[in-house]
Design a protein around this ligand. Structure first.
Ligand code: SF4
Ligand code: SF4
Length: 385
């Protein structure tokens, strides 16, 4: 494993971090209550293997796997030396109603993780709305107090909004790093490339999340995109090029990947071993830029499948509906997709939305979900027959 300096501080992190938000699932499990169907033994095996291969950074959050991620990370890490492992957890700022909530969340998270300190504690998913809550409720004062008490070691934030707000937040505190959604398609959205450079210049580490955009960028691809990927070295997985694109940039300290299988883990680690800043050739960069442009032309809705909008009180399967809509945009002729849609379409409950707006508040991409659902319903309706 290679390690990079986190911003201008003294901490070194692996270039690949283990994101515990897409842990392996038990095949065909309908048991969504017991650990939300996560394959506990498989998840533990993966985290131990990751550690053996040099990944000593594990990223979790209050809401991942509906709260089970933190518990599973504890079970996986209990056999590893605590002082050689870095744990990052996140404060669900959108749930904070009063200052006392900060302590309640941190206390619960430390208990779930079975540790008395976190290496990194992030304000999770900052946007205009959640940043306002953070300021009103005194989040930074709380974090500084917790740091003095030794319950957290470093303070950071993750971000889902626009560049001007990103700049404001970068300047508001002495952050260890900014965690940003950054991949070949999201270079102009959210913090984007300009935000990455801005924060790095000011000494922050840059932690990249969603490098594969929730797996969407890995494929299957329409022919135009497949041809472009094939121009790059054939036989190498697309995921490797997506990760190498991020590692190619010297500003990037670490890339988080939510790996769901041992195979993905091994592939990503092999890619990490081969990657250095400035490692892509100009030709490779140009081809990847063309892939990004082709994707932008095809995708209809910028949903990352993060699932924050779930559950919907009316049972609308929002991420799945958007996924169908996007995949039909990219694969309009796919017979398999039609078959899947015929089988699953009714379960999406597209007509059950009563426009309560709860999902809109939770969506880090700030999608106008109720309106989009109407468009999705209209576009998918002819496929049901
Ligand atoms: S606006 Fe519609 S889709 Fe969103 S939470 Fe409410 S009922 Fe569900
Ligand atoms: S609609 Fe928004 S919150 Fe829901 S999965 Fe997509 S990006 Fe995430």
């Amino acid at each position: 494993m290679q390690y990079r300096r986190l911003g201008q501080g003294n901490i070194r992190v692996p270039v690949l971090g283990f994101g515990a938000m897409r842990l392996p699932m038990l095949a065909g499990s309908k048991d969504t209550k017991r650990r939300m169907g996560v394959d506990l033994a498989g998840a533990i095996r993966m985290m131990h293997r990751a550690f053996d291969l040099g990944i000593n950074y594990f990223d979790t959050a209050w809401g991942y796997h509906q709260g089970w991620s933190e518990v599973i990370v504890r079970k996986a890490l209990k056999d590893l030396p605590r002082d050689r492992v870095m744990i990052a957890d996140k404060l669900p700022i959108w749930l904070v109603r009063k200052p006392a909530d900060f302590n309640r969340f941190l206390r619960t998270q430390l208990r779930r993780l079975g540790t008395d300190y976190l290496d990194f504690y992030l304000l999770h998913g900052l946007s205009a709305r959640t940043w306002a809550i953070a300021k009103e409720q005194g989040a930074l004062d709380f974090l500084e107090t917790a740091r003095r008490e030794g319950r957290i070691r470093h303070i950071a934030f993750s971000f889902h909004d626009r560049l001007p707000l990103f700049r404001e937040i970068v300047g508001a505190h002495d952050w260890a790093f900014a965690q940003v959604q950054y991949n070949i398609v999201d270079t102009r959205e959210q913090a984007g490339r300009a935000g990455v450079r801005y924060a790095a210049k000011r000494g922050l580490g840059i932690v990249v999340m969603e490098p594969l955009r929730g797996g969407d960028l890995v494929g299957p691809h329409p022919p135009s995109i497949r041809r472009l990927w094939e121009k790059l070295r054939p036989g190498r997985p697309v995921a490797e090029w997506l990760l190498r694109w991020a590692w190619d940039q010297p500003e990037v300290s670490m890339v988080l990947s939510g790996m769901s299988s041992m195979e993905q883990l091994e592939q990503n680690i092999a890619a990490a071993r081969r990657s250095r800043p400035g490692n892509l050739t100009p030709d490779q960069r140009r081809t990847i830029d063309r892939v990004a442009a082709a994707y932008r032309r095809l995708r209809r809705i910028g949903c990352t499948g993060c699932n924050y909008c779930q559950p919907c009180p009316q049972g609308v399967r929002i991420p799945l509906a958007f996924q169908f809509h996007n995949e039909f945009g990219m694969f309009p002729e796919s017979r398999d997709l039609r078959l899947q849609y015929r089988a699953l379409g009714p379960a999406l409950k597209l007509d059950a939305c009563n426009e309560c707006g709860q999902c809109v508040e939770k969506c880090p991409q700030q999608l106008a979900i109720p309106q989009l659902l109407k468009e999705v319903a209209a576009s998918l309706a002819p496929l049901a027959g």
